[in-house]
Design a protein around this ligand. Structure first.
Ligand SMILES: [Zn+2]
Length: 100
């Protein structure tokens, strides 16, 4: 079975992301400050091959998190290549006993 054939949900009661796909097909890509009052959370969906953006009020985040944002007001979690590798590992881990 190919990893691309998996569509989730990957565990009981898993909630889909707004695009209808599931983690780890959808992964956090970056957070950035938008004018100071919102964090724009960017996720990437490997099924849709698209970025998605969600505004979250800054006060929902801890001060320590906000300090982690760089001078450009941005925090990039990983490159798409790194995310793709993470996703593949994660999908494999959902298949205990499968001989990859
Ligand atoms: Zn999607």
């Amino acid at each position: 079975m190919e990893l691309s054939e998996f569509n989730g949900p990957y565990f009981l009661d898993q909630e889909p992301e707004p695009c209808g796909h599931y983690h780890p097909d959808v992964l956090l890509f970056q957070d950035s400050l938008n004018g100071g009052d919102k964090i724009i959370r960017t996720t990437f969906c490997f099924k849709c091959k698209s970025y998605f953006y969600k505004g979250i009020p800054v006060d929902k985040f801890s001060e320590s998190f906000l300090k982690e944002l760089t001078d450009e007001g941005k925090k990039v979690y990983a490159t798409l290549e790194q995310l793709a590798a993470f996703r593949e590992e994660k999908l494999k881990s959902f298949l205990p006993g499968n001989d990859w």
